[in-house]
Design a protein around this ligand. Structure first.
Ligand code: AMP
Ligand code: GLY
Length: 430
């Protein structure tokens, strides 16, 4: 079986690594991929994973490539091609593809759609309103005493959310997003949510349009610096499982969030085949959904796939074919920790092209895998080529061991300006 994977980040390297373990695969491409993905081999026949120089948003280019190579399955990593309708396009041309279609991807690509859906189907979320007129948005923010999250409706590279503590900040955020259009058309509509307090965790739900399978819990670390200080980033590290939501409460979260979501999808005729990734706040009143993503998390995927025992190709095919109810997910009892090593300056501006050393030594450590994100090959060397560079991932009997193992691997790796948090998973060990 031939498979095409779309994307180039740490999430896609984790997907490529896990998919490549399936004995079903005889050939695999990744568009555009990265230096780590290019180093993976298929377990079935030892063939190298081939990187194709096509951008994840180049829909015509990807379609042409797929029409020529005829992959038996295409797997979409990032949110943008989903929001652009790559799934609909491939389906129109009879090409099997994994991921939500454009309408289903709106759970992520439109905060207004997601908020209205949650309210309609009784999914616990923040008190919120959707607005197209700045004065009305401001009035609602005032009713919350200015303590609110102002969110651009559309995709804004993960930057379209502004957390406000008073009315001056709220009005500035509304002005920035709606009037100055800091995120372009994405901000013509916005959602304002009350600020929720508590611990933030990630859920992932695999879905075939009718039935769903919930992953164990994980937690990302979104701020750049130790102790959750500094600016927001794409995610500086993850671990799984988290102790903050017990198995009993995870079952309740399924009943309160996933069950009504599935019912709502059925009622609205939304055919969601992919991963739904709700960001949850564990509040004093129970878990509440902050936002939905319609794809695997990055770097949640790195810890999840390190723990997943199933053949991922089989699971993703089951989503596409609508047979997920025949599968049970199986997880290693081990804990996993992923520490992101980023370029100096990230999430602001940073230099590229810095040579990376120690990758082989780190990968040779037991139960350790270094996933590449922003890396490229320059001659014989692997060099940095993005903000988040590596996701150093390790398994352990428990979180403490996994954390120690991940940091042992981090110590082996060097590149100029490398920046990483030293406290990934520490919250869970207190
Ligand atoms: P989002 O892009 O919706 O995940 O928002 C980015 C980050 O803002 C989240 O990871 C939270 O840390 C924070 N956030 C979003 N909405 C809220 C809210 N209603 N209350 C508190 N924090 C929030
Ligand atoms: N873990 C953050 C994200 O994937 O959006």
């Amino acid at each position: 079986m031939k498979l095409l994977l779309i994307g180039s980040g740490g999430r896609e390297h984790a997907l490529a690594w896990k998919l490549a373990q399936s004995p079903k695969l005889t050939r695999m491409w990744c568009a555009p991929g990265n230096a780590g993905i290019a180093g993976e081999r298929l377990a079935g026949n030892g063939a190298a994973v081939e990187c194709a120089p096509l951008g994840a948003e180049d829909l015509p280019g990807l379609l042409k490539f797929a029409q020529e190579q005829r992959p038996d399955l295409t797997v979409v990593g990032p949110d943008n091609p989903l929001a652009l309708g790559i799934v609909d396009l491939f389906q129109q041309h009879g090409l099997p593809i994994w991921g939500p279609n454009r309408r289903a991807a709106q759970f992520e690509s439109s905060k207004v759609f997601a908020q209205e859906f949650m309210e309609k189907y009784g999914i616990p979320t923040a008190r919120a309103g959707a607005f197209t007129v700045p004065a009305e948005a401001s009035r609602f923010a005032a009713s919350l005493g200015g303590r609110c999250a102002v969110k651009a409706d559309g995709l804004a590279l993960g930057k379209g959310v502004i957390i406000c503590k008073d009315m001056a900040q709220a009005d500035a955020a509304i002005d920035e997003i709606m009037v100055k259009e800091a995120f372009g058309a994405a901000g013509r509509k916005l959602v304002i949510q009350e600020l929720l307090e508590g611990t933030e965790i990630s859920l992932h739900v695999l879905c075939d349009g009718k039935s769903a399978r919930l992953f164990p819990t994980s937690q990302d670390h979104k701020r750049a610096l130790d102790g959750d200080a500094g600016p927001n980033t794409g995610g500086m590290g993850t671990y799984s499982p988290t102790p903050f939501l017990t198995d009993t409460h995870l079952g309740m979260a399924y009943n309160d969030i996933v069950a009504p979501w599935l019912k709502g999808c059925a009622a609205e005729g939304i055919d969601f085949r992919g991963v739904l990734y709700p960001g949850l706040m564990l509040t004093a009143q129970g878990p509440k959904v902050l936002e939905f993503n319609a794809r695997f998390g990055d770097p949640e995927t790195q810890v999840y796939l390190a723990r997943l025992e199933n053949d991922l190709v089989e699971l993703l095919l089951a989503c596409v074919e609508g047979t997920l109810d025949r599968h049970t997910l199986s997880w290693k009892p081990a804990a996993a920790v992923c520490v992101v090593m980023a370029s100096g300056g990230y999430p602001g501006s940073y230099a590229k092209g810095k040579p990376i050393s120690g990758l082989d030594e780190a990968n040779a450590l037991p139960d350790t895998k270094v996933f590449h994100a922003g890396t490229a090959r320059a001659g014989n060397q692997v060099v940095t080529s993005g903000g988040r560079v590596l996701g150093v991932t390790a398994l352990g009997r428990n979180l403490k061991d996994a954390q120690a193992a991940a940091y042992r691997a981090v110590e082996r790796i060097r590149f100029e300006g490398a920046q990483f948090r030293r406290d990934i998973a520490s919250k869970a060990l207190k």
